[in-house]
Design a protein around this ligand. Structure first.
Ligand SMILES: [Mg+2]
Length: 225
């Protein structure tokens, strides 16, 4: 019997975009106060390289936090900075990001929360997914919100699923993972012995297991699992 529903964030509950050109302008202004002299375009390019670097870190089953993320970018430019400054840079990302929510999300979360514990499980190097959910007032529907940087381990590693299950206080067989990434969410969850439902946003039918086109189909589907 299903007792908990665990949601991925990006591509599942919302789409968030970061305008890195704007963030980079703010970041270099802030860094210049501390005599870290970099150009916005160089900072932005270093961030793009850092996004790629993070993918290689994920392949090693590790996650970075915002301090490591920005110091890797600054390291490319021959600089480094303290956590107080990287916390501010993280804030610029959060303030500048644009979030598009799934239609009828509140109705879905409120109805699911009547019958199940709800969790967020996001591969994130920063606090933004939790922060924007709280800002929107959706945080109240979630019993547990996990970001991979909390424990330094990303999906699809089974340990982050186990971490989330223990916070929810349910067994793997009592939980279903909902996500749009076959590798991170679906195969990760199944490998950790959870149930999984793939959100097929593009309608490609790439996954032959349990699938929905939109998450509004979830309540009926979860009842039948
Ligand atoms: Mg996703």
């Amino acid at each position: 019997m299903i007792k908990a529903v665990i949601f991925d964030y990006g591509g599942t509950l919302a789409e968030s975009k970061t305008p890195w050109d704007i963030v980079s302008e703010k970041a270099v202004d802030r860094l210049s106060i501390d005599d870290v002299d970099v150009k916005a375009i160089d900072f932005q390019n270093a961030v793009m390289d850092t996004v790629e670097w993070r993918r290689t870190i994920h392949m090693e089953g590790k996650e970075v936090d915002s301090h490591e993320f920005f110091n890797h970018a600054l390291g490319i430019l021959g600089h480094s900075t303290g956590r107080d400054i990287t916390d501010e840079l993280e804030m610029y990302v959060y303030e500048s990001s644009e979030t598009e929510w799934l239609a009828d999300l509140e109705t879905l979360l409120s109805s699911l929360s009547e019958n199940y514990k709800l969790a967020l499980l996001s591969n994130a190097w920063l606090e933004a997914p939790r922060q924007v959910l709280r800002d929107k007032g959706y945080g109240r529907w979630f019993d547990v919100m996990v970001c991979s940087y909390d424990i330094g381990i990303p999906k699809p590693d089974p340990r982050i699923f186990q971490h989330t299950l223990s916070l929810l206080d349910v067994e793997a067989s009592e939980a279903v993972m909902i996500g749009d990434s076959i590798k991170a969410d679906i195969k990760g969850a199944i490998n950790a012995e959870l149930k999984a439902v793939w959100v097929d946003n593009e309608g490609t039918g790439e996954w032959k297991g349990c699938t929905v086109r939109t998450i509004s189909e979830l309540p009926n589907l979860i009842r039948s699992i």
